[in-house]
Design a protein. Structure first.
Length: 252
């Protein structure tokens, strides 16, 4: 018995993005997930597309059906990103102890190992983290002083005063949005085309992206290996630093 993980994560993300809804997911039926698991173990599903199509028919999530089948499988194919990262293996329930790992052809293996155990910190990310940390103190003050309610009333009154039917429609930014820093995002949009900057630039300015980079960096520093090295690589073109954590053993 065996099945595949390779390529399934990207396919799943694309499918879920197409069928996202505001309510609870309709593909979380336990009996349907169990049927998908049985189909995988019985080799009745020959590919990712078959798994997704069958999941749609019976309202079962292919992701959870696949994860449920992992402990009962004798052969599992997975990408390097899942194999080489301990957190990813734990999430999928993959235990390498007393098992045989076969790496086929090993294309880009060294590059993937380096990227999996490195972190890039930019100046924008660090500055954004500092702003967010300061915001935590501000949010505590807002909660104690009921400032949100006051700002909401003030912004509604200001909106009524600024309304002019002769003027061109202008996107209004409330006081709460200004307080949370949305004004910078709105100002960066082109009013003529109503387009935002490139996604990569916007991602670097978000708190989630910054905290993710910092978390990866801290996780690398807390890894415990007897023989390990930290290499700091600074690019001359960009103001950032890439931290590589090198060690002798890949699997623990």
């Amino acid at each position: 018995m065996g099945f595949w993980i390779s390529g399934f994560l990207d396919f799943l993300e694309w499918e879920c993005a197409k069928s996202s809804c505001g309510k609870s997911c309709p593909f979380t039926r336990s009996d349907a997930i169990e049927d998908l698991c049985d189909g995988l173990l019985a080799n009745k599903l020959s590919g990712i597309a078959d798994l997704a199509d069958n999941g749609k028919k019976i309202s079962g999530c292919p992701y959870f059906g696949t994860r449920k089948a992992v402990p009962y499988s004798q052969l599992i194919m997975c990408p390097y990103q899942v194999l080489l990262q301990e957190d990813a293996r734990k999430a999928w329930g993959l235990d390498l102890r007393d098992n045989v790992v076969v790496i086929d052809e090993a294309h880009n293996l060294l590059e993937i190992i380096t990227n999996s155990h490195s972190a890039t910190l930019s100046v924008n990310a660090l500055q954004n983290i500092r702003r967010v940390l300061k915001l935590f103190d501000l949010l505590e003050y807002i909660e104690q002083s009921h400032l949100i309610a006051k700002l909401t009333k003030f912004s509604k009154r200001l909106e009524k005063e600024n309304q002019n039917p002769k003027d061109e429609p202008v996107r209004y930014v409330s006081g709460v949005e200004r307080l949370m820093g949305v004004r910078d995002v709105v100002a960066s949009e082109d009013p003529k085309t109503n387009k935002s900057p490139a996604r990569t630039e916007r991602e670097e300015s978000t708190a989630a992206f910054a905290f993710h980079s910092l978390k990866r960096f801290l996780d690398l520093l807390t890894l415990r290996y007897v023989d390990s090295r930290i290499i700091i690589e600074c690019s001359s073109e960009k103001i950032n630093a890439r931290y590589h954590y090198l060690f002798s053993l890949i699997f623990k």
